[in-house]
Design a protein. Structure first.
Length: 350
């Protein structure tokens, strides 16, 4: 069945009975030694094969093996190395899977979680075996998990940030990580758990991932801290509500529109109309001639040959409506009086 999607723009402020709650019995709790930055580890949910964590102090790596059916929908099964904390959190690490094969959606995650119950409220960045990377979250205990997929595939370095009640995903190949969508609001009560996890996405297998150059920072929220405006263009699946990042940038972009063939999106930024592949990439400006003060009132005509824009570059700098070819060109003025703003085409395009 074809998945129906809509394009939306999200502006974020930031710099996004048999099952047991956890397999840590008192005996296991006593046996688990403190490993590096984390206090303990154990299997969350129901797993057939116990997981393990090995910390190499000399290399500063965490090698985590985990089983489990999945980390999705309303229940999670995975191995988790954790620390109990309060406040704002930033967790960063390089992630690499060991070996090939296995389920393409095996997951290695950076996670912030309310509890060790399998249906807990949480947010994580999940690096899948196939390279897909997404910010996942469960807003209420027992609810269905949602996600926003990053446009970057198989990043080496990942960072999850909790600032107040908001979560953000940063990705890259080195220390210069870029915001990659996110900003869901997840309300956690202090204290909560932060750590590293692995799920095989196959209850009969154990998968292993290595987390290196791990950095954990914990701080108290700073309401007066300087913030930076980012905008994220995303596609939203109508049925599930899950999202996929198309483009993230510092500053403000507005009003996405689908091109008729579904292959391109239009949006406005700094007075210009820009277009970008719907699958992601770099935007390019559309030629609108003298109209260089376009606002967010624009739309494509039925039939897809023309684009209506609202621009305030002329006369008394009041907004006027123009029509240009959808591929770009000289604007043709439609309204004589201003201010006037485009709102919609009639079905016949006239």
């Amino acid at each position: 069945m074809q998945r129906k999607t809509v394009a939306v723009l999200l502006a974020g402020i930031g710099c996004l009975a048999l099952a047991l709650a956890v397999k840590n019995s008192p005996r296991v709790e006593a046996a688990a030694a403190q490993a590096g930055l984390f206090e303990n580890h154990g299997d969350v949910g129901t797993v057939l094969h116990p997981g393990a964590v090995r910390y190499d102090a000399a290399k500063g790596t965490y090698t985590i093996s985990g089983s489990g059916n999945n980390m999705w929908e309303s229940e999670d099964d995975f191995q988790f190395a954790w620390k109990k904390v309060s406040g704002d959190v930033t967790l960063t690490a390089d992630i690499a899977f060991e070996g090939s094969g296995g389920n393409e959606h095996r997951k290695a995650v950076l996670m912030v979680r309310q509890s060790l119950a399998p249906d807990s409220v949480y947010a994580d960045i999940a690096r899948h075996g196939v390279g897909l990377t997404s910010l996942q979250w469960r807003e209420e205990k027992g609810d269905t998990t949602h996600e926003v997929q990053a446009s970057i595939n198989a990043p080496r370095r990942l960072r999850i940030e909790k600032r107040g009640d908001y979560f953000y995903m940063f990705l890259g190949e080195g220390d210069d990580l870029k915001l990659a969508a996110g900003s869901p609001l997840i309300k956690l009560k202090a204290p909560f758990y932060v750590g590293l996890g692995v799920c095989s996405h196959d209850k009969d297998r154990v998968e292993t991932a290595v987390f290196s150059d791990v950095d954990l920072k914990i701080s108290q929220p700073e309401p007066s801290a300087q913030t930076t405006l980012y905008s994220t263009l995303e596609q939203v699946d109508i049925e599930s509500g899950d999202r996929r990042e198309v483009y993230t940038t510092e500053g403000r972009i507005e009003a996405p529109n689908w091109m008729p063939d579904g292959k391109l999106l239009l949006f406005n930024r700094d007075g210009r109309i820009e277009r970008i592949p719907a699958e992601g990439g770099e935007p390019e400006p559309l030629d609108t001639g003298f109209a260089t003060e376009c606002n967010n009132d624009h739309g494509i005509a039925p039939g897809g040959q023309s684009l209506a824009i609202s621009d305030s570059s002329q006369e008394q700098h009041e907004s006027l409506i123009y029509v240009v070819p959808v591929t770009g060109g000289t604007p043709r003025r439609v309204t004589m009086k201003g201010p006037s703003y485009f709102h919609g085409w009639s079905p016949d395009g006239k």
